[in-house]
Design a protein around this ligand. Structure first.
Ligand code: SF4
Length: 597
């Protein structure tokens, strides 16, 4: 066994539950996970090669073969496409002389697609050797390839000033911008670290849970489960150990608020986690951070140390005997489904990120089968202000069903894309005015899994009782082809399905095929009936991904039926459902014949 691998395995105590970390570390040194490394890891962890293989092949960013000295992962989200991805992609391919999806012959440059990397307000963006290159243009792409051919380090290829706020600190050193346009209780500078912990530790655990319940706060990741209730269930569950997870896997295309919160308010996130630990009786907290945010690792580790030094983490927190709580960071490796809490836990245990059957719920049997509370980054920040000011104070913000504030990530066709912290209850019209949007055709509320709405719904409120959202808002003006957007969303869900349920795995592809047929002008009215009928089937899926993967189709059909009707063939009896010429293209290419009927 090579020394590096041995060191890595020892660093994680040969613990099979740390397989994700082990694979990430091996890859960081070797560039990919070789068969030899995989087989040694299996032997040393006492698991089968299949176990290692399952994990190593599930996530987008694990590589089982070399992918190039410079690996360019260009975001393929709808927002990236709207903002000019096609020209940037062409420039990368032409300048490098490399076909997309492959590595150059000399092994220097690899060109690949990736799902949303959390930069929707500064697209097109790419991850190059784990460094984020936002606001790309064809000229910048061409220059980047020239820099690569000259053998430069990625950090020496920056083409813009460092980003705003903490992005410009030496530990982050990134061109990424926060673009915070509106702050309220979570994003303002008024919170003094440690205040909420001082208050919480003078109260009983149940009193703290009571304050959180009184506030009415619901999970800020999108599902909206009442936080106080989740903590109460977890507190009541029996377990030798308990765990707090911070879900920082924001993979919903269009969402980037957690990136900004972690950049600007890490101490609030840690403190909220510690308060959760105190409340439910957990001593360990784990931040499950998406791989795309690897550039924040050094900064967050340093911030964790600051919290320990200030006795906001560690043993006897705030000098309270018996209150011990610390946090570690667990990186994902690229899988949208891991935003689902049980899939996230599976992943943190070193496995494929497949959602579990429920019950039992994570608050009963979560990480390592112990009671676990999984909460969103923004939820933890909000908890600090709730404990500081009281549940009633928080209830006065927002609406009766949606208390408090919400951090929105707004992107697309508007003058000021970025981060806005608003009180729940804002109307879509007010939001559009706030961001300087004109000639708006549609707004995608809550990312692809949410709703595509048009002008007739712009006076509706952003809140759980009307238009709920985890924070993603995408604005499309009248020049955009909404069916292309819907198609992109469907491709995303197909790519991200974990494949466990037939309803999710197969039906999403069937819907996409029918949509493609309609887009090509071959559709008939029966196709629209099929889209609606098959969408119902998807709702029988195991997790939220499968249940909501039909939403782009359903909501666009509900609110923009005209664009479908315009494309389908009128009074056509023959349904050209199967295109024989297209179907034989691949085989014709193999045998070198022309596929012409
Ligand atoms: Fe996996 Fe889709 Fe089933 Fe969820 S619904 S468990 S993502 S196959």
């Amino acid at each position: 066994m090579n020394a590096n691998l041995q060191q890595t395995l020892e660093a994680y105590g040969n613990d099979k539950h740390r397989l994700m970390d082990i694979l990430l570390d091996v890859q960081a040194v070797d560039g990919f996970i070789s068969d030899e490394a995989a087989s040694t890891i299996a032997a040393e962890l006492g698991i089968s090669m299949v176990d290692v293989e399952q994990t190593a092949t599930f996530y987008h960013f694990f590589k089982r073969e070399p992918k190039g000295k410079y690996q360019i992962y260009l975001n393929d989200s709808a927002m990236s496409n709207v903002m000019g991805r096609a020209d940037v992609k062409k420039a990368f391919a032409e300048a490098s002389g490399t076909e997309w999806g492959t590595m150059s012959q000399d092994g220097e440059i690899g060109l690949y697609d990736t799902a949303c990397i959390g930069m929707s307000d500064q697209e097109p963006a790419a991850l190059i050797n784990n460094v984020i290159f936002p606001s790309l243009t064809p000229e910048r792409a061409t220059q980047l390839i020239a820099d690569m051919k000259a053998g430069k380090d990625v950090e020496d290829m920056y083409y813009m000033e460092l980003g705003d706020g903490k992005n410009s600190t030496s530990k982050i050193n990134s061109m990424v911008n926060n673009n915070i346009h509106k702050s309220a209780i979570v994003l303002d500078d008024l919170y003094k670290a440690g205040t909420a912990l001082d208050i919480a530790t003078k109260k009983s655990e149940w009193e703290v849970i009571g304050i959180v319940k009184t506030s009415g706060i619901r999970g800020r990741g999108g599902a909206g489960f009442p936080t106080g209730m989740k903590w109460e269930f977890c507190r009541m569950s029996e377990g030798e150990k308990k765990y707090i997870f911070c879900n920082a896997d924001e993979g919903e295309p269009g969402t980037f608020k957690d990136r900004v919160l972690l950049t600007e308010q890490p101490q609030m996130v840690f403190e909220g986690m510690a308060i959760a630990g105190y409340s439910i009786g957990a001593k360990e907290g784990i931040i499950y951070l998406r791989y795309e945010y690897l550039y924040m690792k050094e900064y967050l580790e340093a911030e964790l140390q600051k919290a320990r030094d200030a006795k906001r983490l560690g043993n006897h927190i705030r000098d309270k005997a018996g209150f011990d709580f610390d946090i570690r960071i667990q990186f994902g490796a690229g899988a949208y489904v891991c935003g689902e809490e049980s899939a996230l836990i599976e992943s943190a245990e070193g496995k494929r990120g497949e959602p579990r059957f429920k019950p039992p719920f994570p608050v009963q049997k979560g990480y390592l089968q112990m009671p676990t509370s999984v909460n969103n980054v923004e939820t933890f920040c909000s908890v600090c202000r709730i404990v500081e000011n009281g549940g009633e104070w928080y209830r006065d913000l927002g609406t009766s069903s949606s208390t408090g504030t919400k951090v929105l990530s707004i992107s697309g066709d508007c003058a000021r894309p970025g981060i806005y912290e608003v009180e729940w209850g804002l109307t879509v019209n007010e939001m559009l005015e706030m961001v300087g949007a004109k000639d708006t055709q549609a707004v995608q509320i809550a990312g692809p899994s949410g709703s595509l709405i048009g002008e007739k719904d712009f006076d509706r409120q952003i809140c759980y009782g009307d238009l709920p959202t985890g924070g993603a808002m995408m604005v499309f003006d009248s020049t955009r082809n909404l069916l292309d957007v819907v198609g992109n969303f469907m491709d995303f869900f197909i790519e991200e399905s974990c494949g466990s349920c037939a309803t999710c795995r197969i039906t999403s592809q069937m819907l996409r095929n029918r949509l493609t047929k309609i887009q090509a002008g071959h559709g008939v009215s029966k196709d629209i009936d099929d889209l609606l009928e098959w969408s119902e089937v998807m709702k029988a899926s195991r997790c939220g991904l499968g249940m909501s993967a039909c939403n782009p189709i359903i909501t666009s059909l509900t609110n923009f039926r005209g664009m479908y009707d315009e494309l389908i063939q009128k009074d056509v009896e023959f349904d050209e459902c199967f295109n024989l010429e297209a179907a034989i293209q691949e085989s014709a290419a193999v045998v070198g014949r022309e596929a012409k009927l």
